[in-house]
Design a protein around this ligand. Structure first.
Ligand code: NAD
Length: 255
């Protein structure tokens, strides 16, 4: 195996939801390893900041993954600006709480938001990037799901349904795209310290992590980013359709 296949230098990557948390950590790590990175998120200003931190190989793009037309036009622009696409990291997300006893309008609103951003957005991103990924010599897709796609916390049914959908979508895409050498894998992060979990008190985080995870702590976004990078190397050519917990042992623990 050549050194080149163990490196992502010069490879072209899109990261969604890259202005914060795991997306930002992944964009920065990709750039530090020499990849060319399209830093995409809702807010262009925030993307510009992250792209500046990433260095000369990164460019910012406003991209709302809930908007089908924007996805098509921005992905096409990225491919044109960089001269192709090798790697897609489907990371953008929001937390979506809704009790089954909520009134219909409230529940439907959260349900639709969860499915549109967390699941439909990933499908649309893959389909928009596909013609460009097909031109790559080592095309890689990583979808970010959650341990909520493997089990369920009470009160999160729209989020759980969407993240479970991501695990199925990953397997299905892996099967459909495997004959073309396109790998599609999925990470299921457990509790990670990001903006999404910032409203939870430190005390509650500590209690939860001690009770639920093997490592007895929350993870950092960089710890997920490193696993993502390992899946997008050209050398990571025989892993596809995998649904991998990155959760400090949360799914492994039952006592
Ligand atoms: P975060 O809030 O730090 O970052 C999420 C990013 O997604 C934000 O920058 C936000 O602006 C962006 N985003 C939201 N809606 C968008 C849209 N419609 N289009 C484009 N970008 C959009 O959260 P995070 O924890 O880094 O989350 C990253 C991913 O990891 C999400 O898919 C989340 O569901 C998942 N996840 C998070 C945890 C956790 O504990 N933090 C655990 C498991 C899975």
């Amino acid at each position: 195996m050549s050194n080149r296949s163990r490196s992502i230098e010069g490879r072209i990557a899109i990261v969604t939801g890259a202005a914060s948390g795991m997306g930002r950590a992944t964009a920065k790590l990709l750039a530090s390893e020499g990849a060319k990175v399209a830093v995409t998120d809702l807010d262009l200003g925030a993307c510009q900041e992250v792209a500046r931190d990433c260095g000369v190989n990164a460019r910012p793009y406003a991209l709302d993954v809930s908007n089908a037309e924007t996805i098509k036009s921005v992905v096409a622009r990225i491919a044109e600006d960089f001269g192709g696409i090798d790697i897609l990291i489907n990371n953008a997300g929001v937390s979506c709480h809704a009790s089954l006893d909520a009134d219909d309008d409230e529940y439907e609103e959260v349900w639709n938001r969860a499915l549109t951003i967390l699941l439909t957005g990933q499908q649309r991103m893959v389909r928009a990037a596909l013609p460009h990924l097909r031109e790559s010599d080592a095309p890689r897709i990583v979808n970010i799901a959650s341990t909520e796609g493997l089990g369920a916390t009470p009160g999160l049914s729209p989020y759980v349904a969407a993240k479970t959908g991501v695990t199925g979508l990953t397997r299905s895409m892996a099967v459909d795209l495997g004959p073309e050498g396109i790998t599609v894998n999925c990470l299921c992060p457990g509790p990670i310290n990001t903006a999404m979990t910032s409203s939870i008190s430190d005390e509650h985080k500590t209690i939860y992590a001690k009770r639920r995870t093997a490592l007895r702590r929350y993870g950092d976004p960089e710890e997920v980013a490193h696993v993502t990078i390992s899946l997008v190397l050209p050398a990571a050519s025989f892993i596809t359709g995998a649904v991998i917990p990155v959760d400090g042992g949360l799914m492994a623990r039952n006592a």
